[in-house]
Design a protein around this ligand. Structure first.
Ligand SMILES: [Zn+2]
Length: 330
């Protein structure tokens, strides 16, 4: 993660993304546990909870770095945002920015390319890190490899967030691995491309579904999933379906909230990569981003700018490849 990229996203994520205006969506719509997306105050409460948990781990394990991160998150205030990838307040703002950017990209794909809004999930076999090894994981290399696989398959424009879960077989917790997943929108090439992309991200052939896509019921909620701030431990097990005649045993998974040392490891990692590290995008242009032209948002982003004086000019230039500029369909 370069300073340039980090600050350039700061510039775009203005004060209104921290507030409670649109976009709004329902998480897990249609399920018993559906709920409205987090409000600003929900995010503040969750930040306080993360700080408490980090302090608890500091006193339990003696890891001073937990206290360092806790103080950083605690100091996150309006006009002095910490912009840590472990901060629920900052991540929520970036997530809301990502949803708005995704909707713009999606409508550009519809108008310019005649594409339906489709969410893609990519699970690369090179996006796997054993428990306890995240600190050494080469994140820049992973993102570069993922972007390269997309481009080699003919995908020039994409906007994806990166989600992660800790996966293991039932009873094999020591063998758990963090698995990263790209999630978002891509401009589908006119030539066949899926097979090549699948092969490029799954050379080991160990990923059961390296690539899948679907048309979401709610674009906002589906886009938001790519940058969610709560993480699960996914446990695989064999379900025997003994009570059913129509099917035999099959592999299934159940999700558990990520806790303990694995949660600490992930928080420290997310802090290191910062929110921009969770975005893989190319072939777009911020010129179409109405937000930076509004007076209110310019004022809000000045606060970010003051913090990073001297780096912003280059940052803005480098960021001009993010949001698609409308152009004639080829
Ligand atoms: Zn923050």
């Amino acid at each position: 993660m370069t300073r340039v990229t980090r600050f350039s996203l700061r510039e775009s994520v203005g004060a209104e993304y921290f507030g409670d205006g649109p976009p709004h969506w329902i998480v897990n719509a249609g399920k018993r546990w559906e709920r409205a997306a987090e409000t600003y105050h929900d995010a503040v409460r969750r930040r306080d909870e993360v700080v408490r948990k980090l302090d608890w781990h500091r006193s339990d394990s003696g890891m001073t770095i937990c206290a360092t991160l806790a103080r950083k998150l605690e100091a996150c205030q309006p006009n002095r945002r910490c912009f840590s990838g472990a901060c629920p307040i900052c991540l929520r703002a970036v997530q809301r920015w990502f949803v708005v950017s995704g909707l713009r990209f999606g409508s550009w794909l519809k108008r310019g390319r005649g594409q339906k809004l489709t969410i893609f999930s990519l699970v690369p076999d090179f996006g796997e890190a054993a428990l306890g090894t995240l600190a050494e994981f080469d994140w820049n290399e992973f993102r570069a490899q993922a972007a390269c696989a997309l481009r080699d398959a003919g995908v020039d424009r994409f906007l994806t967030g990166i989600d992660v879960s800790l996966n293991h077989f039932d009873g094999c917790r020591d063998e758990a691995v963090f698995q990263f997943q790209l999630w978002g929108l891509i401009e589908e090439p006119r030539e066949p491309w899926r097979k090549q992309l699948k092969e490029a991200i799954n050379r080991s052939r160990e990923i059961a579904r390296p690539l899948f896509s679907f048309e979401p019921r709610c674009a906002r909620a589906s886009l938001a999933y790519g940058l969610k701030g709560e993480f699960t431990r996914r446990v695989s097990y064999v379900r025997d379906y003994a009570h059913r005649d129509d099917r035999g045993a099959a592999r299934d998974t159940r999700g558990r909230k990520l806790r303990g040392a694995a949660w600490v490891e992930l928080m420290l990692f997310l802090d290191r990569i910062a929110p921009p590290g969770r975005i893989v995008a190319a072939g777009a242009n911020i010129g179409a981003h109405g937000a930076v032209t509004s007076r209110r948002l310019r004022d809000a982003s000045d606060a970010w700018t003051r913090e990073s004086r001297g780096t912003v000019r280059g940052a803005t230039a480098s960021f001009r490849s993010f949001i698609p500029r409308p152009e004639r369909a080829k």
